[in-house]
Design a binder for this molecule. Structure first.
Ligand SMILES: Cc1ncc(COP(=O)(O)O)c(C=O)c1O
Length: 346
């Protein structure tokens, strides 16, 4: 295809099969990392800006302000560059360095919140109040407030449509991450409307408070709701059949294993979702098709998840995770019991 603008390339990410040991199951990765900004968040960025323009909240020459851990910032910086808006991302030290540099490279401005925080602590409360203040004080400025913005989940309907187009009624399980809850709500609600039997599994870091676990800090970036923050209004719990947590060790170990086994680099939140997806697929009598969403790519975390020293210093290396994954992910695809039937349905 020839794109006329960068956002026309949103949604081009293909599916990739990951061979699994269970001969009755097939697991596909939806590669949202191939969106122009490198994450699924490009989708909701366009959707939120479209909505603000439609409602008359954003006018030509205006300013977009958002609190972001990075990926939403990259998505909004792209839309702002295309449409001639100023963009201010309110960020903290927890965001991956390369994500922040990317926002700047696209002309976005970074506003760091003040205060002293632990390395794995997210300053999301301060980020949000600072973003609201900046938007209040600037003329013709809009605070996007992704956690409460209906344009967030709606932006993911086309992702659900892509999945349905590919797998139709055969889709049994969809697994992805939960942060604001926008993507799991948008994709999940639409998949269920298209096929009510599809099960939706949302995965958050251990320490995140969405599904009721005890709150503490964590290293997975861009995902979860840290203690002290409020769960987003966009999170619709009715859509989620199962909400699970995953440790940083399991999440990062999965990223590293997949990188070495397949060459595909996935981000930490996806590593966590994929570990839980593999666990479900290998539990008991599971059969059928699972799609696990690759929210972003590992290229954004080369200094952390893929850096041995960084992991060792923080006690985040766990060899048992790799041994487990070795059992679930064979070197070569296994023969599928229902190959013919599957080929006919997909
Ligand atoms: C890498 C990554 N994973 C997961 C999420 C969580 O997605 P959502 O906010 O739609 O729940 C985000 C959101 O910023 C993200 O950037």
């Amino acid at each position: 295809m020839i794109a006329r603008k960068l956002t026309d390339l949103i949604g081009i990410g293909p599916f990739m099969e990951l061979p699994v040991s269970n001969p009755d199951a097939r697991l596909f990765l939806k590669l949202e990392k191939y969106n122009p900004g490198g994450s699924m968040k490009d989708r909701m960025s366009v959707s939120m800006v479209d909505r603000a323009e439609r409602l008359g909240h954003l006018h030509p020459g205006g300013t977009i302000v958002e609190s972001s851990s990075g990926n939403t910032g990259i998505g909004l910086a792209t839309v702002a560059a295309e449409r001639g808006y100023r963009f201010i991302a309110v960020v903290d030290h927890h965001a991956a360095r390369d994500k922040l540099l990317t926002i700047q490279a696209m002309g976005g401005e970074l506003h760091f919140v003040s205060g002293t925080y632990a390395e794995n602590e997210v300053a999301v409360v301060e980020r949000q109040s600072t973003a609201a203040k900046i938007a209040r004080e600037l003329p013709n400025a809009v605070f996007m407030q992704q956690s409460d913005n209906p344009g967030n989940p709606v932006g993911y309907y086309p992702l659900a449509d892509d999945i349905h187009k590919q797998f139709g009624e055969s889709l049994k399980l969809y697994v992805s991450c939960a942060g604001t809850g926008g993507s799991i709500t948008g994709v999940g609600s639409r998949l269920k409307a298209l096929n009510p039997t599809t099960q939706i599994v949302a995965v958050e870091p251990e320490g995140s408070i969405i599904f009721g676990g005890p709150g503490h800090s964590y290293y997975q970036s861009g995902t979860g709701t840290p203690p002290g923050d409020t769960i987003g209004e966009v999170m619709d719990f009715r859509v989620v059949d199962v909400g699970l947590t995953v440790s940083d060790q399991h999440a990062f170990g999965t990223c590293r294993f997949i990188g070495r086994r397949t060459g595909l680099l996935i981000g930490g939140s996806t590593g966590g979702a994929l570990f839980r997806a593999l666990e479900i697929v290998h539990n008991g009598n599971f059969s059928g098709v699972t799609v696990c969403n690759v929210c972003d790519g590992g290229e954004k975390y080369l200094h952390t998840i893929f850096n041995d020293e960084w992991l060792q210093q923080r006690g985040l290396l766990d060899g048992s995770v790799l041994l487990q994954l070795e059992k679930w992910i064979p070197h070569h695809p296994v023969e599928h019991a229902h190959e013919q039937a599957f080929a006919e349905t997909v």
